[in-house]
Write a protein of this length. Structure first.
Length: 89
């Protein structure tokens, strides 16, 4: 599925294939469109989605341009993401 991610300053196209995590992709597509504040951590951009599920085929590292789902609480508990540091835009 092709997605558009719109920010105030930019617009991106993304391809959500479900190749690695089909159940996660299906859950994320269901509530589209989604509106959310973004959070920035280095060069990564995060935003909340109205989805709650466990990790599915989780990877420790991703490539530039990859889309990923991070279950609620994991990054915040470990202080490893933008929302745990309070960096919202």
């Amino acid at each position: 599925m092709k997605l558009k991610i719109k920010l105030k300053e930019a617009e991106f196209e993304a391809l959500l294939t479900g190749e690695f995590s089909p159940k996660t992709a299906e859950k994320i597509v269901d509530p589209l469109p989604i509106e959310s504040d973004i959070m920035v951590w280095g060069e990564e951009v995060y935003f909340d989605v109205p989805v709650e599920m466990e990790e599915e085929n989780a990877k420790e590292t991703v490539r530039k341009g990859d889309l990923g789902y991070w279950p609620a609480g994991i990054g915040q508990q470990e202080g490893r993401c933008a929302s745990s540091m309070g960096r919202r835009r």
